[in-house]
Design a protein around this ligand. Structure first.
Ligand SMILES: *[C@@H]1O[C@H](CO)[C@@H](O)[C@H](O)[C@H]1NC(C)=O
Ligand SMILES: *[C@@H]1O[C@H](CO)[C@@H](O)[C@H](O)[C@H]1NC(C)=O
Ligand SMILES: *[C@@H]1O[C@H](CO)[C@@H](O)[C@H](O)[C@H]1NC(C)=O
Length: 431
């Protein structure tokens, strides 16, 4: 697959912004928000290809199941947010595993309206998350979330949902900021873990002491999770935002090119094809094992910076977008498209190899998340940011999601996939 520079279009103010970014030693989130904010304003020169067909994320592999359910499976991709008085299963007090920066209500976020929405797919209903069903379907298994802080966001939502009915024991933790953790759920003999791996492939993350850009090795998977793959039954892969950072890309130890690396004399190749290659390498590594596993790829999660990123209202919306109110941004659409396509390609390959019990699915959350500009912590990533009036500069998180919040819906859809898979394999068992 050729890596091209078709998407890169230098902008006049880019270099001064990037220089500022590379020289300031700010902590992790700030560069992320800056770069992200910046990319929102880079127009794509390409016209965007059509989205993949809306119902492609659903496999109906069994005739029997089709007859039993007597209808096409629900497409959760497209729909709208509707008011829901019942509210979330948990809150910031009842769940103890929410990352500080996402515990919005406890941090003084005054409007609680964002808690009372339910995702309504166009032609069907998405049931509320049922923790007991999830635990039953995951009995005796190991579920691993692998990726960046969005993977963590989704994991922490799941932990809160499950802890409403069961005890979760933290049995392992490693890495700064708890990047590697595992919980054991004794009631159902389940392991749930998180592996930090923001590129999925091998990489060296930029740091204050090392390189000021990321280094990605696109032909090898990251051992930090891959070496544990044999003990996993279900994996949720979730990456994207880290691909936007300045980076140098390698393949078989040779430099392929870079993304925003002034002074390094490498060819700018953007990040879209790099994301594609990283996913391809990852999914191929999983397929090459030729053994049973459920593989979910959570699609790109859009951010919502408006106006100036360091002002109080960087993502000030208090309500979801209504249908058609604001179109998905080109970069979000493109990141999603690449992920959807790579999952499709891997599905095809899996069926050619006919590996028993290997199931792949894209958890297509891009659009439903895009429609939730109200769901981010914004300034409430810190406790009570306005306790002493409105400061001149406020750090905002318009990338991650408050908990409770929209990621609870991602897990509700994940559960529907698991239910469908269960129905398919039991109908196969029944003949
Ligand atoms: C949080 O949830 C717990 C348990 O359901 C409940 O007792 C408590 O009142 C809730 N707190 C808030 C602030 O809603
Ligand atoms: C859970 O993890 C522990 C420790 O690695 C392992 O011994 C056990 O077999 C795992 N159980 C399941 C169901 O994956
Ligand atoms: C930049 O790379 C080109 C091609 O590899 C090489 O010919 C040139 O000498 C390099 N320039 C510098 C300053 O390293």
């Amino acid at each position: 697959m050729g890596i091209t520079s078709q998407y890169f279009k230098p902008q006049p103010h880019y270099s001064s912004l990037a220089k500022k970014l590379l020289t300031l030693s700010l902590f992790a989130l700030l560069p992320l928000t800056l770069i992200h904010f910046y990319f929102y304003h880079v127009p794509l020169t390409q016209s965007l290809p059509n989205q993949v067909p809306q119902n492609e994320h659903i496999i109906v592999s069994s005739q029997a199941q089709e007859e039993r359910s007597n209808e096409t499976p629900c497409d959760y991709t497209d729909g709208k947010w509707v008011r829901d008085k019942s509210g979330p299963l948990y809150n910031g007090t009842s769940c103890s595993t929410i990352k500080e920066g996402q515990n919005c209500i406890s941090h003084g976020r005054p409007d609680v309206g964002f808690l009372y929405w339910r995702w309504k797919p166009k032609r069907c209903a998405l049931p509320k998350f049922e923790p007991t069903t999830f635990l039953r379907l995951l009995k005796d298994k190991h579920l691993a979330f692998i990726g960046d802080s969005m993977a963590r966001n989704q994991l922490e939502s799941l932990l809160c949902l499950l802890s409403t009915v069961s005890t979760l024991d933290l049995v392992y933790r490693n890495g700064d900021d708890n990047k590697f953790r595992r919980w054991y759920i004794p009631s159902h003999n389940i392991n749930v873990s998180i592996y930090w791996s923001p590129f999925l492939v091998k990489g060296i993350e930029k740091s204050n002491t090392g390189f000021n850009h990321n280094r990605l090795y696109l032909d090898s998977v990251d051992d930090r999770w891959a070496s544990d793959l044999d003990g996993m039954n279900m994996i949720v892969l979730s990456v994207g935002h880290w691909f936007l950072h300045p980076a140098v890309y390698f393949e078989r130890e040779v430099v392929l090119g870079c993304h925003y690396c002034p002074g390094l004399n490498h060819t700018e190749i953007g990040f879209y094809d790099v994301l594609r290659k990283a996913l391809k390498t990852t999914l191929e590594a999983v397929l090459d094992r030729r053994s049973a596993m459920d593989v979910i790829v959570t699609t790109f999660s859009p951010s919502h910076f408006e106006g100036e990123w360091d002002k109080a209202g960087a993502c000030p919306k208090k309500k979801p977008f209504t249908e058609g109110e604001k179109e998905l941004q080109p970069m979000d659409a493109e990141m999603r498209r690449i992920e959807m396509e790579e999952v499709e390609a891997a599905k095809k390959k899996a069926s050619q190899l006919s590996v028993a019990g290997l199931r792949l699915e894209a958890l297509d959350v891009t659009k439903l998340s895009w429609m939730r500009p109200d769901g981010h912590p914004g300034p409430y990533m810190y406790p009570f940011p306005f306790a002493n009036g409105i400061p001149e500069r406020v750090q905002n998180d318009c990338v991650h999601w408050c908990l409770p919040g929209p990621t609870d819906t991602w897990n509700a859809i994940l559960l529907e996939f698991m239910k469908r898979w269960e129905a398919q394999s039991s109908s196969r068992r029944d003949g």
